[in-house]
Design a protein around this ligand. Sequence first.
Ligand code: ADP
Length: 553
Amino acid sequence: LKPRLLLLLLSIVALPLAALTAVGLFVARDERALQEHQFRELARSSLMEVDVSIGRVLEDRRRELDRLADGAALEPTALRELIRGEPLARQAFVLDGEGRLLFPREGSAVTENERQFLERSAPVWRRGELARLISGRAEQPVRSSDSTWKIELQRAASNIGYRQTAGPSGEAGWMTWYWGSGTHFLYWRRSGGDRVLGFEVDRARLLADVIAALPATESSADEDDARGLLGRRVLRDANGEVLYQWGRGGDALGADPNAKPLASLGLSPPLQAWRLDEYVPEAMLAAGGGGLWFGIVAGLVGSGALLVLLAVYFYRESSREMREAAQRVNFVNQVSHELKTPLTNIRMYAELMEGRLGEEADPKTREWLDVISSESQRLSRLIGNVLTFGRGRRKTLKLHGKSCRADEIAGAVVERFRPALERRGLKVETALEPADLLALDADALDQILGNLLGNVEKYGGAEGTVRVGCRRDGETIVISVADEGPGVPAAEAERIFRPFYRVSNKLSDGVSGAGIGLAIARELARLHGGDVRLVESGRGAAFEARVKGLEKS
Ligand code: ADP
């Protein structure tokens, strides 16, 4: 198998396979991204449900606090009494209509608990945000950068009242602030006149309530399925610390600091500092694409096998054809060889007979003998061409240089052709300058000029003069053959030298020929360091064969 053919076969198989693989990988990546997106959406919407159920807990706590505040006397002793034994309310406080703190107050008689509350809540009073909420001058505490959060808020607001943390009316609301190591919560509401009663909410208690409403940390797979759980859910505080987690995959999944959550959702106010993350095992995302991968690999293997089979089929077909072509060439070569000897005999005997004819011989007999010898010459020229062509193809064409004179060889060939050319009505003129002895392959030179004159005989028309010249041009011998026939169209000037190429026209149609004469003449001339070309001439076709001396062998 030739390397070029092997490369071609490989690329026939490899290129489509590579293209298929690329498409497959592309599709698989796309599919994975789509799957991930779907999972993320699913996780996000179920995290929102969790947010809503946490919202319900907050709503219950709000009602509880409202009940506590209903009809409460805003006196320090009464307030201290009010929250005693209330696990949810850590501290009560009273504000005036402008949000200024009336109780407990720095400087007045405060208990240790109240002093601590004042210390904890200092940022609230300093910032004045609560005062703005109460006086109705503040916007809703919406994180303006997070527009999706706003939408969620609006959607959820219709069923969960607590989210209206502070309506424009400034009736009631939650407030969060950051102090020490975490978030603190307070709830406030207007309470008769222009006073505001509020409670600091015990955050441990609030967290416990929230957690109590969430599924158990450990659950069975069936329960997880029923809840539509994809993976591990983690509730985190403002510092990213895990507050609680549940769902599939165990603690490790949520605790892995490098794991990227599939979905993440900030809780609705007042728990906006907290976050829900959902983690799924990497394998789960990849698992969805498993079927697809199998399909792609199977498709690739299948089409690869098909391509290999096709390539093998084409290779066998083409090698069979090449083998047959080689056999045909061999056959033609052998037959040509076999024809050579009988043909030489026919020529020889015809010439012997011609020599025996006396002066008084019948002119017809002489003419017929002429025909026999020139036809057999033509046939041996054809056979010579076929054999030379075969050698050229097998790269075994070799020339043998022997000292000879080109003008003498040319003269002999012209004389061989003269009777046939004259019979056609053509005049033959020669201009053969005596040349020096030069190492040439006489047979090759004979074949070159024979082919050119053979063409004149076939295509050179029925009248006019054929001029054959031989001259020296520096180191080169130039042999020229010019006829006055119809010539060769300019567009064909190069093509006629291609093997098997024949011009089709009135003149050449019906004339026998294999289309290799000029190709061989050119090849032989090139082996002599020269060339055969069609040259410019006033009328007819003019060929010029240039040859140089060979290395003597
Ligand atoms: P063949 O003679 O077998 O067709 P050649 O290679 O010798 O093959 O010639 C190729 C073609 O060139 C011929 O078919 C013919 O059309 C054209 N040709 C060659 N010699 C002449 C010429 N002297 N005058 C006109 N046409 C020619």
